[in-house]
Write a protein that binds this ligand. Sequence first.
Ligand SMILES: [Zn+2]
Length: 235
Amino acid sequence: MSLLFGSGKEKPEILTTSVSFSGIEFEVLKNGASNNHYIWLHGDERTANMALMHHLNHYDGTAFLIKSDEREVAYQDTKIDPNRIFSRPGSFRALKKFKPEWAPGMLKKALDELDQNREQFLSILFPDSGGILIAVHNNFRGYNLKSELKNCTKVSINPKENPRDFIICTDPDDFDKLSVGHYNVLLQDQPPKEDDGSLSWAAFRNGIRYVNIETRLGWLSQQKKMLKFIEERLN
Ligand SMILES: [Zn+2]
């Protein structure tokens, strides 16, 4: 019962600040001195938020939490998926998705602005000294690990695990450490044919150890366990 009632440890001191990427606001919670960073990017993926908050109460690290209840966030007079703006080609598609027509020159201006602010944001988001960036996501519909196989160089699939619960990593050594467990693990350590603007490829391009934990929405205990597994295997 120690998990429910605490193990006698004091509640951690969590420092709160915030950071913004072109007006997209993130709350930053820092617990202790670990250089592991966490990010929750989609406001409608509540399970991932709860799993991450739980995790940060038990382990050191810095969490970046988007200030949004919805998947897309406001940008100028349109909205964008915050996980599609981590490259210029991805941003181009994201900006046109809900606003196909832009006044002359305005789309280029927005792309230039995102390029500039992205660098700034990533310099804060990316951990230093070999720390890991861990993203937490949930899926609701048909999305599962099969959608990712075309971009993988190695996979470790457990048929007893649900294909909608899986881990993606970008570092081959991390893959070796994670694939000894019973979870589905995918290695993506080659650039994709088409960069969709997701954070994973930006982390990969910059040589950052990146891990994405994807679970079904609502499967909180599963996502908590996967976070704990990664924490224990990769530290
Ligand atoms: Zn997501």
